[in-house]
Design a protein around this ligand. Structure first.
Ligand code: DC
Length: 228
């Protein structure tokens, strides 16, 4: 029997990976791994335990003990820490920045590697992250790097926050996005970068439909899979 298929989708925050990977998982009836949520929950757990994000030893201990689960509900995938739903707590700008900080520790990435690989089951997995195609699933049959300019990503984020009735200042959000990009791109282990064999898709001037279609065309050509 052939190996389960991995569709690895990497790229910076706000490029549209979340929406694309949800649609792909649904279209091909694959499981979905939101690896960013793991780093977000870890940072949340560290803070909740009263530990410091800059203390690598404490962070790695929390990573080893992390009691994390995902639950599929009607309104999407919920993230549980020790059985408690922390989905909204981990989706803030601050939680994203904290996740990027704990994700920079090589020991933490090693501690979480196997846990991510365990998501792979028949018939396949759509994996969303920064290092899915380079480190976690280097043999993924499909690798996509979804990019967009910082300006476009900041505009999308401001719109999302305003739709949720939250305050959002474009310049502040753009600065936070650039800081997070810099940290994720320049860390020594598993930096954010396209795999050599990735399709690079720039979503700056594309609708989600166009991104989805380009991804599906690439996936069907590479794997012979058909849409459900
Ligand atoms: O995709 P996200 O915004 O939820 O990710 C939050 C942070 O987690 C991101 O800035 C860097 C880190 N991350 C990572 O280092 N590796 C991954 N595979 C996924 C996320």
């Amino acid at each position: 029997m052939s190996d389960p298929i991995v569709i690895a989708v990497d790229g910076p925050g706000g490029a549209g990976k979340g929406e694309l990977t949800r649609r792909l998982a649904q279209a091909f009836d694959f499981d979905l791994l939101d690896s960013g949520a793991i780093y977000r929950v870890l940072a949340y757990a560290v803070r909740k335990a009263g530990l410091a994000l800059f203390d690598e030893d404490s962070v790695v201990q929390e990573a080893k003990l992390l009691n994390l689960s995902f639950e599929c509900l009607d309104d999407g995938v919920h993230v549980l820490l020790g059985g408690e739903d922390v989905s909204s707590e981990i989706r803030t700008e601050e939680a994203g920045a904290n996740a990027s900080k704990v994700a920079a520790y090589p020991s933490v990435r090693t501690a979480l590697l196997q846990r991510q690989r365990e998501f792979l089951k028949e018939p396949g997995l759509v994996a969303d992250g920064r290092d899915m195609g380079t480190v976690v699933f280097p043999k993924a049959q499909v690798k996509i790097f979804l990019d967009a300019s910082a300006d476009v990503r900041a505009k999308r984020r401001v719109l999302q926050l305003k739709q949720k009735g939250k305050q959002a200042d474009f310049d502040t959000i753009k600065k936070e996005i650039e800081e997070r990009d810099n940290r994720d791109r320049n860390r020594p282990v598993a930096p954010l970068k396209p795999a050599d064999d990735a399709l690079i898709l720039d979503s700056s001037d594309l609708s989600i439909e166009e991104v989805f279609q380009a991804a599906v065309d690439f996936i069907t050509k590479k794997t012979g899979l058909k849409l459900n």
